[in-house]
Design a protein around this ligand. Structure first.
Ligand SMILES: [Zn+2]
Length: 376
């Protein structure tokens, strides 16, 4: 429906147009000029206002403006036209689905043979096949929505999350302990598919989550419930991250064959090395993750290996010297960049980091430090 066609169809032989009707004319022209969703919403609102100006019920249908002997009922035509646009907008919002499908496909192709039937078919019907119902995920379309969501969550749990932390905060996959008393309400309000794993889990993500991140989350979504239960803080204390996140990220990188990028870079160097050395073996890790078998043993194997490895590495580098340099950098901004740090400090840094691996440098200096490129 163009603005011109609308004016032609509703031309009642020079009958003056009311303010409400002119508002519809304007909103339609405005939407035609630039098809922004906010303008479609505005058009819908002006049309509803005009309808109300004709009476509280369906009186608008019999109004003179809705009669056009040759071409039908103009207002109903516009109404249907807007409704169709609104549906398309809804479908656009489902752009999240292809992204999740792609991640599910990656996980499915790499690991489906290891998954128990219930998990494999849940992955298939929820994410791999085009879903009819929007289940088990919550997408936040804009950065502002996402930040707002995280802030509310943080406030509810007594944390104080600030600006940049909010944006870099990860994309979580949550498991819902469903209270059978009002389980239906919980299920519906949180778009949860089932009472049991994995259908009682939900991926929360924003449009800045990339394929790697979504693959990682999809793995959390489909991990065996026994793995989830056995890899928590209660079993592993502060080391639980090596198991819960380390196993997940290892499987994501393995599926994508991307070993140097992805999340949890602080621990992944150790995790990858541990698996390479067979602590645990890749097979044991997968069995723990997808079948829930031997989680404690595999996790302990990894934690033990990494702790030894950390001690061995710490002995090879002079941590006191590094700490001293880092302390100076915190105090003097110019020292953070080799181009402004001055010859003496550059010499000192070169000496301190001599023989220290790239991964260790990244860990010590941070992934974005300009020193990484400057040190030999
Ligand atoms: Zn994770």
């Amino acid at each position: 429906m163009t603005a011109n066609k609308w004016l032609r169809l509703t031309d009642c032989g020079g009958k003056p147009r009311s303010g409400e009707l002119k508002a519809v004319d304007g909103a339609l022209a405005s939407y035609q000029a630039d098809q922004l969703s906010a303008r479609l919403t505005a058009l819908r609102e002006t049309l509803e206002q005009w309808k109300r100006s004709q009476g509280s019920g369906e009186e608008w249908k019999s109004s003179a403006w809705n009669q056009q002997p040759q071409e039908g009922k103009p207002v109903e035509m516009l109404d249907a036209w807007i409704a169709k646009k609104e549906r398309i907008l809804q479908d656009d919002k489902r752009g999240a689905i292809p992204a999740l499908q792609a991640a599910a496909k990656t996980v499915y192709d790499a690991y489906q043979s290891l998954m128990p039937d219930a998990y494999r078919s849940a992955l298939e019907t929820t994410f791999v096949a085009p879903p009819d119902n929007v289940y088990c995920y919550k997408r936040y379309e804009t950065k502002a929505d996402w930040e707002d969501h995280l802030r509310k969550k943080a406030t509810a749990s007594g944390h104080d999350i600030k600006g940049s932390d909010v944006i870099s905060a990860s994309t979580p996959t949550l498991t819902w302990g469903l209270d059978r008393v009002d389980d239906e309400i919980v299920r519906v309000s949180h778009n949860i598919k089932a009472y049991d794993a994995p259908g009682n889990r939900r991926i929360e993500f924003h449009d800045y989550s990339n394929h790697h991140t979504l693959t990682h989350e999809m793995l959390h979504w489909v991990c065996h419930e026994q793995f989830r239960l056995d890899s928590m803080k209660q079993q592993f204390g502060e080391d639980f991250e090596y198991v819960q996140e380390g196993f997940t990220e290892w499987l994501a990188r393995n599926a994508l064959n991307e070993w140097t990028t992805g999340g949890y870079w602080r621990i992944m160097d150790y995790v990858i090395e541990a698996v390479k050395s067979g602590h645990p073996s890749a097979e044991a890790l997968k069995r723990a993750y997808f079948e829930g078998q031997g989680v404690t043993a595999a996790g302990q194997d990894m934690v033990r290996y990494i702790k030894q490895e950390r001690i061995a590495r710490a002995q090879k580098i002079n941590q006191d010297e590094i700490d001293d340099c880092l302390r100076l950098m915190r105090r003097y901004t110019r020292l953070r960049d080799p181009s402004t740090a001055g010859d003496d400090f550059v010499r000192r840094m070169k000496a301190v980091f001599q023989g220290v691996s790239d991964a260790e440098r990244r860990r010590q200096l941070g992934n974005t430090s300009p020193w990484l490129a400057a040190l030999p």
